[in-house]
Design a binder for this molecule. Structure first.
Ligand code: ADP
Length: 607
């Protein structure tokens, strides 16, 4: 990475830290500054105190030094503690805001990117790295350590400068002392960089294992899977796999820890040798009258702090440089562009409702696949029409809807709304045209009313009406708190568990509440009992009202009520028209599907 790139990334990281939590950023930097200067107060004043005692100064002066030493140290420590406390609360805010960024990004990302395996892995990786203390968290620590080290180096240099100006000290001792300090700093730097390299290698090597171990942990804890894990006796095997992953991480950490701790010990030994040398030089200088007794402790303490700060500075710079790679990866996730949001046109609000949608030679492949999920699809339908889509599993019905709703863009061809390519419309405005219930819809562990309205402040009467139209009114009246009843037990022990069919009805009510011009139902009756299913499709026209409705179903009988039926086969529309016309063609796919289903319902199964 070029130096300019390092500077760019650091600037961006620091700006982001400040944006995510301004008060916290200022607090932790201040804390670093105050804690850096704190030890110099007792060092300076106790040296003055000892010198004053040695010079037999009056008791008042001695008491003043004692009060200043203790009082100022107390004040600075109290200030550091207060700042640390605020920083502790601030880090909560920072981590919450940083977590929220992932969710915000996921919401703003194209569906194709969210589903993309590489993107998912990238997200998991950066989250894992953040948990291990890298990227923005490391930057935060590095920024604080950098200030801390710089302040200490400056303060130590100022407080030891007098030694190098003092007379009565043999000439060779000053360069010898300077050389000793320099050698210790350089050796410390080398040892620390070696140690950091070992630790980084360990982390790089194990990040994938960490991700797996974490996933495995969640997998075991997810209560929705608990039933199957029990039924199929999988717990033992899964636990063993989880344990093996954990053991691997522990073993590798221990292996990396041995050379790292040897290096730390070597650094410490060198530090003590130097400190011993400094004492000898200073005692000698003191005996010769070159330095005062009080200054001995001051110089030793300052030199020790100087060496530690220099090592800290080097370690911090090294860590920052390494962390920039992590930050680069972190930002690369948030920089994934979203082409979905390029359109700017507003969707025309037509009073006459004369919208039409047309697929023009549309073909589509899912990302990273080689097969066409849709191929040369041409299709036009008008607003207000009730369209049914039928076909075998995997024939492209859901994909057709996903493209219509712009969850994906066509690989070839275009989809137009009133003659304009849908990519040119403002994404959010275009999306607001559709109410969709996909097969894999999700409800949330919030109240029934909130689930239907998809917001906390909602029109109760309208929610009730939508639930009624979706056939959920009876079940709702049996719920203990009506619309306020929480679904599921994730957040509330009084939450109710609902069946798949009930969930489907709630999802249908949610689509109705949205009141968009298009209502799209993908297999809306798959989980319903035959009576409920009959109710949904026989009242489909009433449920959909004057909206444009697209209805995907396996059950051909439920599609008879639609104005138009499109028959999908292997990604193509092979037939379209009214039920009677399609059925009249005995060589058509629709006829084949219809007779296959009719036989299923009217004849006993043959052995
Ligand atoms: P249908 O709704 O008719 O059952 P789909 O539209 O869901 O069919 O699927 C059409 C084809 O696209 C199938 O071959 C399916 O395997 C494939 N497909 C569907 N979703 C994805 C996806 N997210 N990634 C890759 N391939 C997919």
């Amino acid at each position: 990475m070029k130096p300019s790139e390092h500077i760019r990334i650091l600037g961006r990281g620091l700006r982001l830290l400040y944006e995510m939590s301004p008060a916290y950023t200022v607090t932790f930097l201040l804390e670093a500054l105050v804690s850096a200067v704190t030890p110099y107060v007792p060092i300076w004043f106790s040296a003055r105190l000892i010198d004053a005692i040695a010079a037999r100064r009056p008791v008042g002066a001695l008491a003043l030094y004692a009060v200043l030493t203790v009082g100022l140290t107390f004040l600075l420590n109290a200030l550091t503690a207060a700042l640390a406390r605020n920083a502790g609360a601030g880090i909560e805010e920072l981590s919450q805001n940083l977590d929220w960024r992932y969710a915000e990004k996921a919401m703003g990302m194209a569906c194709a990117d969210v589903e993309d395996r590489d993107t998912a892995l990238l997200r998991e990786r950066i989250e894992n790295e953040a948990n291990a203390g890298f990227n923005l968290y490391a930057l935060r620590t590095c920024a604080a350590n950098f200030i801390h080290a710089l302040v200490r180096i400056a303060a130590s240099a100022v407080l030891t400068a007098a030694f190098f100006r003092a007379g009565g000290i043999p000439g060779w001792t000053k360069p010898a002392l300077a050389a000793g300090v320099l050698v210790t700093i350089l050796a410390g730097m080398l040892l620390k960089s070696r140690e950091a390299r070992i630790q980084n290698r360990f982390f790089e090597k194990l990040v994938d294992t960490n991700i797996l171990a974490e996933k495995m942990g969640w997998f075991m804890l997810d209560y929705a899977r608990g039933k199957d894990i029990r039924l199929y006796g999988m717990a033992g095997d899964l636990a063993r796999q989880d344990l093996a992953l954990g053991l691997r991480v522990t073993r590798e950490r221990a292996r990396a820890g041995i050379p790292a701790s040897l290096l730390t010990s070597a650094g410490k030994a060198l530090d003590f040798v130097l400190r011993f040398g400094v004492y000898l030089v200073l005692i000698d200088a003191s005996l010769r009258g070159g330095v005062s007794v009080g200054s001995i402790a001051r110089y030793v303490s300052c030199l020790t702090l100087l060496i530690a700060a220099a090592t800290e500075l080097v370690t911090t710079v090294q860590r920052t440089l390494v962390n920039d790679r992590y930050l680069q990866r972190y930002f690369s996730f948030f920089d994934i562009p979203n082409d979905m949001y390029k359109g700017t046109l507003t969707v025309e609000k037509r009073d006459d409702n004369e919208y039409y949608v047309e697929f023009r030679d549309v073909s589509f492949k899912y990302p990273h696949t080689d097969t066409w999920a849709l191929r040369h699809v041409n299709f036009k339908f008008k607003v207000g029409e009730k369209l049914a889509i039928v076909g075998m599993n995997g024939s492209g019905k859901t994909t057709f809807i996903k493209l219509l709703c712009r969850l994906y863009d066509p690989t070839e061809g275009e989809i137009v709304l009133n003659g304009v390519d849908i990519r040119k419309y403002d994404y959010n405005e275009y999306m607001s045209l559709f109410s969709v219930v996909f097969q894999d819809f999700r409800l949330f562990a919030v109240s029934l009313g909130q689930n239907v309205a998809a917001r906390t402040d909602y029109d109760q009467a309208r929610v009730e009406d939508c639930l009624k139209r979706a056939g959920f009114d009876e079940r709702e009246s049996a719920m203990p708190k009506g619309l306020d009843t929480p679904l599921y037990k994730d957040f509330d022990k009084d939450g109710v568990e609902i069946s798949g069919g009930e969930a489907q009805k709630i999802a249908l009510a949610r689509a109705l509440y949205r009141d968009a011009p298009f209502i799209i139902l993908d297999e809306p009756t798959a989980a319903l009992d035959p009576v409920s299913e009959y109710q949904v499709y026989s009242h489909f026209a009433a449920i959909a009202g004057d909206k444009t409705a697209v209805y995907i179903s396996h059950r051909l009988a439920s599609c008879r009520f639609c104005d138009k039926i499109a028959v999908f086969d292997a990604g193509r529309i092979v037939q379209s028209g009214r039920h009677e016309d399609l059925l009249a063609d005995p060589s058509g796919q629709y006829h084949a599907l219809w007779t296959a289903q009719a036989r299923y319902y009217t004849q006993p199964p043959t052995a």
